[in-house]
Design a binder for this molecule. Structure first.
Ligand code: PMP
Length: 384
């Protein structure tokens, strides 16, 4: 029997991953596992107000609630989507916002459209895959700079031509550390550079009402554009790009991930509007989240053999300096899961080889007892 050459090649590539211990597989968290992995920082994905809003949307708009029926530029637009954009511009202190179906497509939509040939993008090397994929889709010239290293960024600036963009994350998704946003904003302002901040992991949990880290620091005037996503602390789905009105108009004319896709369904818009109603009332949850985050870091760093960097917040990478490598990391994660904790290993190529880690995410609904329990379990299983 002849072997299909393409299937053969795909099988070989999977076998290579298998041999390296980095093959990815879909898994489902056990029913009663304690959540130290999801991005649902404030528990909004389980909030009754969001469910009620979704149910009401179905009751009122049936059968259109489930599907928007077209691109925003055709039949997929709605008064509710436009009202939400205006409301979110106000909330996030931006001139305007534009909805995207996910943070991934928002990053593609910005970076592949706003910078053009002859322009330059400098991006932090720890940036999310969606930022890097957007940059790949752009005709601008792009250079990475060392993570959170302004001196390295400055050294590379001599190569800049055209409009110059600097892409960073407010809080890095795999390391949990913040970009030095105040310094970056001043740096970019002095030199006329356009600072673009991905707030996927800060939207909802920073700021007095959950407006994000840029607003918490009062930098909204100095940041050119923000990507604010809803799949994490907002407990739902989608994203906005927040920035100048002209940017919004430009993106809806030129951004392919906005134009050539079916818009979010009314169901999603209603759920999101509800999430943004609840968000400002969750200051106690935000404070609790940060207190628990500090507790987790303290307790884990008391466990011999592992290390959580001082700079992490809410997302905590756990390194094993003596036992790096995918096999050990997977074994520790599996052993913790067997004890009822939903803990995941993060492996290359999501993170650079040699920096495999556990990635622990704290939520306002975790308890002190759960954190003590997790530390005790990691103390036992880390020695394997
Ligand atoms: N940016 C960052 C920093 C992220 O962590 C993620 C989610 N993994 C995204 C963008 C993509 O957002 P979404 O999940 O809404 O597509």
């Amino acid at each position: 029997m002849s072997v299909n050459p393409l299937l053969h090649r795909l099988t070989q590539q999977l076998a290579k991953r298998e041999a390296e211990g980095t093959r990815r597989r879909l898994t489902i968290a056990g029913p009663n596992q304690i959540d130290f992995s999801s991005n649902d920082y404030l528990g909004l994905a389980h909030n009754a107000a969001l469910y009620a809003a979704a149910q009401q949307a179905i009751a009122e708009k049936s059968p259109l609630a489930a599907g928007s029926t077209g691109s925003r530029l055709l039949t997929g637009n709605s008064a509710a989507a436009e009202a939400l954009e205006v409301q979110l511009a106000h909330f996030h202190r931006a001139e305007a916002t534009l909805l995207f179906n996910s943070g991934y497509t928002a990053n593609l939509g910005f970076f592949a459209a706003a910078p053009r040939r002859g322009d330059t993008i400098f991006y932090d090397e720890a940036s999310h895959a969606s930022v890097k994929d957007g940059i790949r889709g752009s005709f601008a010239t792009a250079y990475g700079f060392r993570h959170n290293d302004l001196a390295d960024l400055e050294r590379r600036l001599s190569r800049a031509t055209g409009a110059v963009f600097v892409a960073v994350e407010a809080l890095y998704s795999m390391d949990g550390d913040q970009a030095p946003l105040r310094e970056l904003a001043a740096f970019c302002q002095q030199r006329g550079l356009y600072l673009v901040v991905d707030e996927a992991h800060t939207n909802g949990i920073y700021g007095p009402r959950g407006e994000g880290l840029v607003v918490e620091l009062g930098l909204e005037e100095q940041v050119f554009a923000r990507i604010l996503t809803f799949g994490k602390a907002l407990g739902s789905q989608g994203a906005i790009i927040a920035g100048p009105q002209v940017l919004r108009e430009y993106l809806l004319n030129f951004s392919r991930p906005f134009i050539y896709t079916t818009a979010l369904p009314p169901l999603a818009i209603a759920t999101l509007a509800a999430a943004y109603q609840v968000l400002p009332t969750m200051q106690a949850e935000r404070q609790r989240l940060f207190a628990l985050s500090d507790l987790l870091k303290t307790r884990l760093n008391a466990v011999p053999g592992l290390h959580v960097p001082e700079a992490s917040h809410v997302i905590h990478p756990v390194f094993y300096p003596e036992h790096a490598g995918p096999a050990h990391m997977k074994a520790v994660a599996q052993a913790a899961q067997a004890q009822g904790f939903d803990v995941r290993a993060i492996l290359p190529p999501t993170v650079p080889a040699g920096t495999e880690r556990l990635r622990l995410i704290v939520h306002s609904y975790n308890t002190e007892a759960e954190i003590e329990g997790l530390a005790a379990v990691l103390r036992r299983v880390s020695a394997i």
